[in-house]
Write a protein that binds this ligand. Sequence first.
Ligand SMILES: Cc1cc2nc3c(=O)[nH]c(=O)nc-3n(C[C@H](O)[C@H](O)[C@H](O)COP(=O)(O)O)c2cc1C
Length: 249
Amino acid sequence: MSDILTLIQERRSVRGPFDPERPVSMSDLQRILEAARWSPTAHNMQNFEVLIINAKEVLVKLGEISSPASEVFIRENYDQLSFSEEELLQKKVGILGTMFPTAWRTPGAKFDEVARESGPSFLTDTIKGSPTVLIVAYDARKRAPASEGDVLGFISLGCAMENMWLVAQSLGIGCQIMSVFSGDAVEKRVKHILDIPEYMKIAFAARLGYPVSVGVKYVRVRRDVKDFAHHDRFGARLNPVEVAPNAQR
Ligand SMILES: Cc1cc2nc3c(=O)[nH]c(=O)nc-3n(C[C@H](O)[C@H](O)[C@H](O)COP(=O)(O)O)c2cc1C
């Protein structure tokens, strides 16, 4: 396994299609689950259940779920977009708008025009042939002790996400988070198909697999440490010390 900082820098979202005929082995899935098992959680609540879906017929059923983007998503997504690689490199935050349909990137576009251009959308467009989908669910009736809005519970679920993603990366397995699974209407259908009890919520889903086309890279940006680190008081910048090559790429 590569050194941990390099692995963290190399972990990435893989958004292209995965080879449906190249499943992720059960032993690799066990390693990914082991990473979830040892993730830190508030009060060691271990507030997650992980569903591994690799039966083709179940993936097909999930794929048939309608998943149109909401007006709120399109509006708030727009705020995070850059419209060229140069703009993204300069901003150092957000994502490249070219990965979305043109209408989603048009300021002031009316939602019904956007919906018309995007056409009907189904989960299969997001799953993109992946042989494995992983879903993390939690019991919405519980929360981390005294944690308003269960913020500590959600942070814990994020720890499980990162642990699993890093192990997938270390095994050469592509991973993309699919937040669309947690949207109300989609979540309801997914829960029905997978027999997930009513009181559970889907925290996130991820698709796992081996990219069909390797070597497709896109610009990934991050702020520099000095842009977010403060020393002894808020606003006092930390003197930068080079600890690793700048992984911006
Ligand atoms: C909570 C969460 C939700 C995310 N949802 C999605 C998603 O729905 N689709 C997607 O392609 N990426 C999703 N991502 C991935 C981020 O967009 C991605 O991590 C970020 O743009 C940085 O890119 P990188 O993963 O390649 O470093 C999500 C990440 C997190 C942590």
